[in-house]
Write a protein that binds this ligand. Structure first.
Ligand SMILES: [Zn+2]
Ligand SMILES: [Zn+2]
Length: 392
């Protein structure tokens, strides 16, 4: 049984909020309009709010009307992508080159819907904290909120996240009892050769040719070095170098990302990347500088909290609509930083089974408004489950 019925007044309101956010997408730490709108709505529901954590974050606190010390947090991300939307519906992005291509507009609307419902139905014991987080897409807004004291300030005991999942049918959920999203690191390898006349390559050291060999060497990390039963990705995504047809450039920079699910594999990839880049460059008489940066650790659900979420979902939509065996994703998620602070779980809500053409980060993607009531009802049910009785 869902708390908020499909096509109810609140469902329709969530749809309006969602489409308004979609039409006005803002990227990392610039979510000023979105934050103002969210803050205004939360205030209108009668919640206490704090603005400005991690620049544009909004946090709201709601106490139940039964006595209880327990405090849980529910998190939505607010930011959009630097992506030109290619949809042509009415609520299409009105900002050039920016798009809600990951459904964070829907995440905000679902959490707002839950906040409104719970503010009118406070039959729970304890406190629920609603976190509207900026800068999820590669800028680690979650980390910044943690560093600014989010969890201690509000006395949060557990934290929960939810992401929409194209490829999983609307009406379904997926829960992982362990790793759910990969760690993300990024790298820039600058290969220094010696520039020369392109007609006289023997007078220089060609970093373009060296970069080709380095890329090949990097491909061997996963295929030849990692245990075949371990999971890892090394993707070279950028190559920059050279300006002319007749000049061998002085340097070339190759960049990319590495993904994995555990710290051992993450370290192996990092070490191998450095070794392979340096020794390949050395073989050609070139050298390289490597800038390797850890962006987010792997998102790993706490088993007991994943179990709580699974139970709540079974009660909500039945066991047939709960997927427990979906493979984890090599996408990354900065919610990992929150799970490093407090136990909790991050689950997926189905967006559309037929996601072939318009998955996450695709210019044709759109959040499915049909699931707004269901997602908000999950937040409500989770809150009531976790805060059902007074704790001492
Ligand atoms: Zn995304
Ligand atoms: Zn996302």
């Amino acid at each position: 049984m869902t708390a908020i019925a499909k096509n109810s007044e609140l469902h329709n309101q969530m749809g309006q909020w969602r489409r308004d956010l979609h039409a006005h997408p803002e990227t990392a730490y610039e979510e000023h309009r979105s934050a103002a709108k969210i803050a205004q709505l939360l205030t209108s529901f009668g919640l206490d709010i704090d603005c400005g954590m991690a620049v544009t974050g909004v946090v709201a606190v709601l106490k139940g009307n039964k006595a209880g010390d327990k405090c849980i947090a529910l998190r939505a991300d607010m930011d959009a992508l630097n992506l030109q939307e290619l949809n042509d519906f009415e609520h299409c992005s009105t900002y050039q080159g920016k798009m809600h291509g990951c459904g964070h507009d829907g995440h905000c609307a679902m959490l707002l819907g839950a906040a409104k419902y719970l503010s009118e139905n406070k039959d729970f014991a304890g406190t629920v904290v609603f976190i509207f987080q900026p800068a999820e897409e590669g800028e680690a807004g979650a980390k910044r909120m943690c560093e600014e004291g989010l969890f201690d300030h509000y006395g949060i005991d557990a934290v929960y996240g939810m992401h929409n999942w194209p490829g999983l049918a609307a009406g379904k959920f997926a829960v992982h009892h362990g790793p759910v999203m990969a760690s993300m690191d990024v790298f820039d390898i600058t290969i220094h050769g010696r520039g020369c006349h392109a007609g006289m390559p023997h007078l220089g050291i060609d970093p373009v040719a060296v970069s080709a060999s380095v890329i090949n060497a990097l491909q061997g990390i996963v295929s030849r070095h990692l245990d075949p039963l371990a999971s890892g990705v090394v993707s070279v995504t950028k190559i920059h170098g050279g300006d002319a047809y007749n000049v061998v450039p002085d340097s070339v920079t190759i960049s990319g990302t590495c993904r994995s699910f555990n710290t051992q594999v993450r370290e192996q990839i990092k070490t191998q990347l450095a070794q392979r880049a340096q020794s390949t460059c050395q073989a050609y008489g070139a050298s390289c500088e490597i800038d390797y940066r850890n962006v987010a650790p792997s998102t790993v659900n706490d088993k007991s909290h994943a179990k709580i979420c699974a139970q709540v979902i079974k009660d909500l939509v039945g066991a047939d609509n709960l997927e427990l065996e979906m493979p984890a994703s090599m996408g990354a998620e900065d919610f990992a930083f929150m799970l490093a602070e407090r136990p909790g779980a991050y689950i997926w809500i189905g967006n559309d089974a037929n996601a072939g053409d318009a998955g996450l980060h695709n210019p044709h993607y759109d959040f499915n408004d049909d699931v707004l009531a269901l997602g908000a009802s999950y937040w409500v049910a989770l809150t009531k489950h976790c805060l059902q009785q007074a704790s001492s």
